[in-house]
Ligand binder design. Structure first.
Ligand code: SAM
Ligand code: SF4
Length: 268
């Protein structure tokens, strides 16, 4: 489906949980967050129903994100349900990689096509600081497990944080070359002001609004037409098609400000 500005919307990002096993400095508050209760988040059945309707409207690619998607119980069951949906061309995952060592093989077998792993530095101490306590060895083992599982075109997402990891880019490039990963640099931003996107660095993300092809589904069942906007469409399970059409129709030409949610509540 095309939006009002003639952009083809064919990409749905689904946040499956607002819980996370890290507390990255650019994403979550230091004191942690109060996660939603199970009753307040969409069941896997409901997520798959929304995905099916979205595909009928022209969505070709779905990315599973979070919070940290791999912390949600029985995550593979969701992947298996989505995988069965006819018309879905690509099913991908964005993860912090902490739980990938054990899960990479099963994820490949269940039907995930490609994986993006978030890693902002190779320095264990700096990693611990950025993630507020994370242990990089888990992520590095997860990366090797992704390679061993046979995933292709995997990416490393690196957020460029001014004054913190700008000097890590060369080492990250070398690491990705060695591992056969693509380095995707992301300019740091605050959701409450699109002008906060730090364009001082050359980076692959965020995309310019004119080439945005996505809508988002939050774990608590809201459709977000734009990351940098407070607009939200409550899903109506009696007419999901209409909810999705509405979300695409109100997608703004460009983002401005999102003061109601943080990245961990949307999925980046
Ligand atoms: N927990 C998973 C992870 O970290 O990969 C998935 C969710 S996370 C919100 C998705 C992506 O958003 C990650 O690559 C993360 O680095 C990025 N992100 C989070 N906050 C950001 C910010 N303020 N600026 C730029 N990218 C951000
Ligand atoms: Fe968790 Fe991902 Fe946010 Fe880091 S960026 S706190 S891993 S959701």
């Amino acid at each position: 489906m095309f939006d009002r500005y003639n952009r083809r919307i064919d990409y749905l990002r689904i946040s499956v949980t607002d819980r996370c096993n890290l507390r990255c400095i650019y994403c979550m508050p230091a004191e942690g967050v109060i996660p939603k209760g199970h009753a307040d988040i969409l069941s896997y059945e409901k997520i798959a129903t929304v995905a099916g309707e979205a595909i009928a409207l022209g969505i070709k690619k779905i990315r599973l994100t979070g919070g940290e998607p791999l912390v949600r119980k029985n995550f593979l069951a969701l992947v298996e349900q989505l995988k069965k949906l006819p018309g879905l061309k690509e099913l991908t995952l964005t993860t912090n990689g902490v739980l990938l060592e054990a899960m990479a093989g099963p994820l490949k077998d269940s039907g995930i096509h490609r994986v993006n792993i978030s890693l902002d530095t190779l320095d264990p101490e700096k990693y611990k600081k950025i993630t507020r306590g994370g242990d990089i060895t888990h992520v590095l083992k997860g990366i090797d497990a992704v390679i061993a599982a046979g995933f292709k075109r995997s990416k490393i997402n690196m957020v460029l944080i001014p004054g913190v990891n700008d000097d890590d880019v060369t080492a990250m490039k070398r690491f990705c070359l060695e591992k056969g990963f693509i380095l995707q640099r992301i300019n740091h931003y605050s959701l409450d002001n699109i002008k906060s996107i730090d364009r001082n660095y050359i980076a692959e993300r965020p995309l310019k609004c004119c080439s945005c092809n996505r809508i988002r589904l939050t774990a608590d069942g809201k459709l977000k037409p734009c990351l940098f906007s407070d607009l939200e469409i409550q899903l109506d399970f009696n007419d999901l098609r209409e909810s999705l059409i509405k979300a695409i129709e109100v997608k703004p030409e460009s983002g401005t400000c999102n003061s109601s949610r943080q990245n961990w509540q949307i999925g980046g």
